[in-house]
Design a protein around this ligand. Structure first.
Ligand code: ADP
Length: 591
């Protein structure tokens, strides 16, 4: 049942029941009073008539001849439209206006007669078997010498009384029906008057509950309903304000959390995740929505970190630790602080994770580099120191050995110089790599300039350098740097290839960019070395490299130069067949 119907029933039915009950009670009470009033009135009327008749009857009572009495009764009865009966003190009917007294029973037992014989005025209403109708009787005593000598009874049929009462009853019923219908209509109108603003209010509240707090309730009626609507409108304004503030604050927090580089996890005291930011989502490969509500151990899956969270939840002081995760692949710096509410109650913990994998890697690379540099420098310095000591100890006076020793010292000094120069180049590239100047130039020109530098070595080893490159291909590069990279690659090819060999330099250009390759028929490089070949100081054959003057930094310099051009360098090599080094420069550097 809809609320409209409910409201109608709640107002209408009780209202109607009360009206009908009241009408019924009033009608019943009124009809009873009316009936008794009417009865009393009729009894009084009959009593007066009887008293009038009493005078006439009294005069004739002592005269003999009952037929006179009979005549008098009949005559009077016709005049006053009332049945008259005269009864002797012994109950024998002396005269009756309606019937022959000889045929009538003794009336001493009739209640009104009994009363009158006792000296009172008697009245009674009952069915008359003589006339076969319901009658109202009133009897008065006729006294002679202080004794009741006879009784005069007057009576009236009750049919008139009943008819009058019926008319009144019918009028009462009609009035009741009319009033009930009127009451029903009024109830309907009233319930509608109440229902309309309530319906409007319910519709408005529904909109409030759906979040439409800009909506306003308009109640045209005055009074309590209007006050209620005003109060609700005010409530909506306050609520809207509050929600806007909370939303703004939440968005600010959300923006801050999602722009944080550090992963942030907030847990409650049951170790369930209550906040999980974007960085945490990237670190643990789970969306914040999926992580929310889950136990921290389900999401993190790292025993050390789970133990750290537990510690942060219980410890008074902020906690900090470096945690290695996923089989040493990542290192995070974890910081954990207990979360407390305004009452100082412990409500959880805030964990901030900083991915320091790269920093750790850099630290390792740096320390490896320092160790490598020290190692590389130590060998020539030790040699120089040794030979200088030997010369000081007297070898300087032995011209043949002295020359040889000085030659070795000079070679090691050159080597030291080469290493330091290469290191400086690398350091410069790392510093300036991103801000180098580009110039549009024909590729062939850079290749030819690089070959000029290497020509001497090529001639010594009788190695032919063949260029397969279209002359008009241009590229936007830093020419000295690209030339340096090419020199390093050509030099390597010359260094590691046997004599009387051939090197091929090719270049090509397509949609993807420009490619320059240097192919030799040298010893090649074993597959296992290829992934590390561009690392600093990485050599396949350390002794051989040193012997032929390599610093172990050549390919590393090439890699840095190419990266400064946003390009890539790669190598294909088969042991015993040869190696091909390729420089790929992206399209935007090609013209
Ligand atoms: P190095 O100064 O020792 O040549 P590089 O960085 O230039 O250092 O080269 C690293 C190592 O790669 C070399 O020691 C050498 O073993 C190997 N290598 C480089 N180029 C070639 C090549 N063309 N053929 C064979 N091995 C090569």
């Amino acid at each position: 049942m809809s609320y409209k119907k409910r409201l109608l029933w709640q107002i209408y039915i009780p209202f109607l029941v009360i009206i009908i009950l009241s009408l019924f009670l009033i009608s019943w009470k009124a009809s009873r009073s009316l009936k008794s009033l009417y009865y009393d009135n009729q009894v009084d009327d009959l009593r007066i008539r009887a008293l009038i008749i009493h005078q006439i009857v009294d005069d004739h009572l002592n005269t003999p001849g009952e037929t006179d009495m009979q005549k008098i009764c009949v005559g009077l009865s016709q005049k006053i439209q009332t049945r008259i009966t005269v009864i002797h003190a012994d109950g024998v009917v002396i005269a009756d206006s309606e019937k022959d007294p000889a045929l009538m029973n003794n009336h001493a037992d009739r209640p009104e007669i009994r009363n009158a014989l006792n000296g009172n005025i008697g009245s009674s209403q009952r069915f008359s078997y003589t006339l076969n109708i319901s009658m109202l009787y009133v009897a008065i005593p006729v006294e002679k010498e202080g004794k009741v000598a006879a009784v005069i009874r007057v009576s009236k049929p009750m049919t008139y009384l009943s008819a009058t009462l019926h008319t009144i009853y019918n009028q009462l019923i009609s009035a009741s029906i009319f009033i009930s219908i009127l009451a029903a209509l009024i109830a309907l109108m009233l319930s509608n008057r109440i229902r309309k603003p309530i319906s409007e209010m319910i519709a408005g509240l529904k909109r409030f509950s759906q979040g439409d707090l800009k909506h306003r309730l308009y109640i045209t009626q005055s009074g309590e309903m209007r006050q209620l609507a005003d109060a609700m409108n005010q409530m909506a304004v306050h609520l809207d304000d509050r929600i806007n503030t909370v939303t703004r604050q939440r968005n600010e927090i959300q923006t801050m959390l999602s722009s944080m580089v550090e992963a942030m996890i907030a847990v409650n005291t049951q170790e369930q995740i209550i906040r999980f930011n974007h960085a945490a989502s990237t670190l643990f490969h789970i969306t914040p929505e999926d992580a929310k509500g889950k136990n921290v151990s389900e999401v993190i899956r790292n025993t050390e970190l789970v133990v750290f969270v537990k510690r942060a939840l219980t410890a008074r002081e902020p906690q900090e630790a470096h945690i290695v995760m996923w089989n040493d692949q990542r290192t995070v710096q974890a910081r954990g602080t207990r979360l407390q509410d305004s009452d100082g109650q412990n409500v959880g913990a805030l964990i901030i994770l900083n991915d320091i994998t790269q920093i750790k890697k850099m630290e390792r690379v740096r320390s490896d580099f320092v160790a490598n540099v020290s190692h590389e420098l130590k060998t020539p310095i030790t040699s120089i120191k040794g030979f200088v000591e030997t010369l000081k100890d007297g070898a300087i006076h032995d011209p043949e050995n002295a020359d040889r020793f000085l030659e070795i010292v000079s070679k090691h000094t050159d080597r030291l110089n080469a290493i330091i120069e290469d290191l400086l180049k690398l350091s410069r590239l790392e510093d300036e790599g991103i801000s180098i100047e580009f110039e549009e130039i024909e590729i062939i020109k850079i290749i030819k300039d690089a070959i000029i530098v290497c020509r001497k070595k090529a001639e010594q080893k009788q190695i032919e350098i063949e260029i397969k490159c279209e002359t008009d291909l241009t590229v936007s590069v830093n020419p000295p740097l690209l030339e340096e990279a090419l020199i390093n690659l050509i030099d390597n090819a010359l260094k590691y290839s046997p004599e009387e060999n051939k090197i091929e330099i090719k270049c090509s250009q397509d949609q993807k960019g420009t490619e320059i390759s240097i192919e030799d028929n040298g010893p090649g490089i074993a597959q296992k070395h290829l992934p590390r070949i561009f690392e600093r100081f990485y050599r396949v054959d350390r002794a051989r490299s040193r012997e032929i003057g390599g610093t172990g930094l050549g390919l590393s310099i090439v890699k840095h130069i190419v990266q400064a051009h946003q390009g890539e360098v790669s190598v294909d090599s088969v042991v015993g067949t040869g190696s091909t080094f390729r420089i790929h420069l992206p399209r935007h550097l090609s013209c």
